[in-house]
Design a protein around this ligand. Structure first.
Ligand code: NAP
Length: 242
C-alpha cells in the first residue's frame, strides 16, 4: 500500500491535495488540527472516488503532538511507509510588524516552519531507507516577494523555501525529491475576506486560483515521473509574480 500524508487536509488546498493523491492510488493520511467535520468530509470524498485513507489529528506546531500521533502511527504500521509527504498546514495572522504581538509571530512561524521540520524529520528516515520519497511544501508568493502586513508569514514561508532547497541537496542521491509550490491568491477560507473582483485587476489571469489547480501541481511533483525535479519552487499564481 502506497501511503501519503497531507498536513492540513481538512480544508482548502489540503483537501484538494488529499483527493488528488487518493485518485493517484495513495492511501491518504488526512491530518487536521481541530475541524473533524471537514476532515471527515475529505475522507468521504476520497472514498466516494474509490480511494481510501484515515484521519490523523495533530497540531503541526506542537512537536509532542506530532511525536504522539504520527510517531505512534509509524510504529503501528511498520509494514507501510509514507512515500509522499505534503507539508500544507499553514495559518496567517497579519498585522504591521510595529504592532505585531509575540503570539502572532510564534504561531505563524511554529505552524509553517516548525511543522515542516518536525513532521518531515519523522518521515524522512523511511524514505531514505526505501530510497524513494516525495516531499512537497506548500509555501506562498508572500515567501518569495514579501508582503506588507505579513512579516511573520513571509518569514515562515521564506524559511521553508530555504529549507526545501537545503534538504533537497541532502537527500537527492537517495531518490527523495523535495520541492515547494508557491500559490498566489487561491479561493479558500484563508482568502475569504479578500475582494476577488477588486484584486483580480492585479492578476494577469484576472481571477483567483482554485485549490484543485494547486493540487494538480502537487500531484505532478508527487509522481514518479517528476524524479529529476528537486529543490524547486513552482509558482501557481496566475502570473502575479515571477
Ligand atoms: P485554509 O483553508 O485556512 O486551511 C488550512 C488547513 O490547515 C486546515 O485544514 C487546517 O485544519 C490546517 N491547519 C492549520 N493549522 C494547523 C496546525 N497547527 N496543525 C495541523 N493543521 C493545521 O488554508 P488554505 O488556503 O487551504 O492554505 C493551505 C496552505 O496554502 C497554507 O500553508 C497556506 O499558507 C498556503 N497558501 C494559501 C494561499 C491562499 O490564497 N489560500 C496562498 C498561498 C499559500 P483545521 O481544519 O483543523 O483547522
Amino acid at each position: 500500500m502506497k501511503c501519503a500524508l497531507v498536513t492540513g487536509g481538512s480544508r482548502g488546498i489540503g483537501k484538494a491535495i488529499c483527493i488528488k493523491l487518493a485518485a493517484m492510488g495513495y492511501y491518504v493520511l488526512v491530518n487536521y488540527k481541530s475541524n473533524e467535520g471537514e476532515a471527515n468530509d475529505t475522507l468521504a470524498k476520497i472514498r466516494a472516488n474509490g480511494g481510501d485513507g484515515e484521519l490523523l489529528k495533530f497540531d503541526v506546531s506542537g512537536k509532542e503532538q506530532i511525536q504522539d500521533a504520527l510517531g505512534k502511527w509509524i510504529v503501528a504500521n511498520a509494514d507501510k511507509y509514507i512515500e509522499v509527504l505534503v507539508n500544507n498546514a499553514g495559518i496567517k495572522d497579519d498585522g504591521l510588524m510595529m504592532w505585531m504581538k509575540d503570539e502572532q509571530w510564534d504561531n505563524v512561524i511554529n505552524t509553517s516552519l516548525g511543522g515542516f521540520f518536525y513532521v518531515t524529520r519523522m518521515v524522512l528516515s523511511s524514505m531514505l531507507l526505501k530510497k524513494y520519497g516525495r516531499i512537497i511544501n506548500v509555501v506562498s508568493l508572500s515567501g518569495l516577494k514579501g508582503l506588507p502586513g505579513q512579516t511573520n508569514y513571509s518569514a515562515a514561508k521564506a524559511g521553508v523555501i530555504g529549507a526545501t532547497k537545503a534538504l533537497a541537496q541532502e537527500v537527492a542521491r537517495k531518490g527523495v525529491t523535495v520541492n515547494a509550490v508557491a500559490p498566489g491568491f487561491i479561493k479558500t477560507d484563508m482568502t475569504e475576506g479578500l475582494d476577488e473582483k477588486e484584486m483580480a485587476v492585479l492578476i494577469p489571469t484576472r481571477r483567483f486560483g482554485t485549490a484543485e489547480e494547486v493540487a494538480h501541481t502537487v500531484g505532478f511533483l508527487a509522481s514518479p515521473e517528476a524524479g529529476y525535479i528537486t529543490a524547486q519552487v513552482i509558482s501557481v499564481n496566475g502570473g502575479l509574480y515571477s
